[in-house]
Ligand binder design. Structure first.
Ligand SMILES: NC(=O)c1ccc[n+]([C@@H]2O[C@H](COP(=O)([O-])OP(=O)(O)OC[C@H]3O[C@@H](n4cnc5c(N)ncnc54)[C@H](OP(=O)(O)O)[C@@H]3O)[C@@H](O)[C@H]2O)c1
Length: 261
């Protein structure tokens, strides 16, 4: 019997039967990724702090026929990270897919950077992905399937408008993905990063209010526009699916060509 295109695509990309945890899944890039994974069949838990955004995200997905739930947790402390992980795992079971999209960019230049900004940046952007990986990676390896997906930044690869602590945290996150890939790829657990360029989300609201800057940044891409959160949907489904089994320790730039222009 010949395979239909739908069966073929489903074998590669369907996330039916998978569970996913998406940190930062209530806004911007994380929200678009959570929606993509859920619409591809995964049961999705979104984790962030603000309940109103979490509820709105889950309501939208549920209205679309998806299975989704939310957990409110603060990833800026170790206790918050650990509590959030346990609460998330209790909803649909241990996740097969972990997406770390929660992030902060507080932007003081390095010369003016206080230890408080350093600590919160490192905890949310780097330590939370590390601790969540330590919590869920071994179970994924035992079950023989897992997908660790981190959202980093072009600032992991070069300095850009005062990278400060933010660029350092994202550089560390790129390295964390490689360490995780080294630890668990032989057991069916891949670890990769999605690398955004400039995406118009609440994270850079200030920028969005300056049309000249927005246009200048768009001109630096090859596609000719800045990123949209939805641009991450296909890449996230690919990295979460069976199709990417042999892709690990990789940084996938979703930036309209910004990084190579
Ligand atoms: N937008 C860009 O141009 C761009 C470029 C490069 C990289 N990135 C990266 O892409 C990722 C997503 O960014 P985005 O633009 O989509 O930003 P966003 O719309 O501001 O979303 C950030 C998410 O992280 C959550 N979050 C922040 N602090 C948290 C904390 N302490 N505990 C738990 N959750 C927390 C937020 O929810 P709550 O506030 O409710 O907690 C929100 O869901 C980030 O890692 C960012 O560094 C973005």
């Amino acid at each position: 019997m010949s395979t239909t295109p739908a069966d073929y695509l489903s074998g590669l990309f369907s996330l039916d039967g998978r569970t996913a945890l998406v940190t930062g899944g209530s806004s911007g890039i994380g929200r678009a990724i959570a929606g993509a994974l859920a619409r591809a069949g995964a049961k999705v838990v979104v984790l962030a702090r603000k309940e109103t955004d979490l509820v709105a995200t889950v309501d939208e997905l549920t209205a679309d026929g998806c299975r989704a739930a939310w957990v409110s947790a603060d990833l800026s402390t170790r206790e918050g990270i650990r509590a959030g992980a346990e609460e998330a795992a209790a909803v649909f079971g241990e996740p097969d897919i972990l997406v770390n999209s929660a992030g902060v960019n507080l932007r003081p230049p390095l010369g003016e950077l206080g230890e408080d900004v350093w600590d919160v940046t490192m905890t949310v952007n780097l330590e939370a992905p590390f601790l969540l990986g330590q919590r869920f990676g071994p179970g994924m390896a035992e079950r023989g399937f897992g997908r660790l997906i981190h959202v980093t930044s072009q600032q992991a690869h070069r300095a850009f408008v005062q990278s400060g602590a933010y660029g350092v945290s994202k550089g560390g996150l790129e390295s964390l993905a490689r360490s995780q890939a080294e630890a668990w790829s032989a057991y069916g657990v891949t670890a990769n990063t999605l690398v955004p360029g400039v995406v118009l989300t609440p994270l850079n609201e200030r920028l969005a209010s300056d049309p000249e800057k927005v246009a200048a940044l768009a001109a630096r891409t090859m596609v000719g526009r800045n990123g949209l959160a939805e641009d991450f949907a296909g890449a996230a489904v690919f990295l979460a699916s069976a199709a990417s089994a042999y892709v690990t320790g990789h940084s996938l730039f979703v930036d309209g060509g910004l990084s190579v222009h």
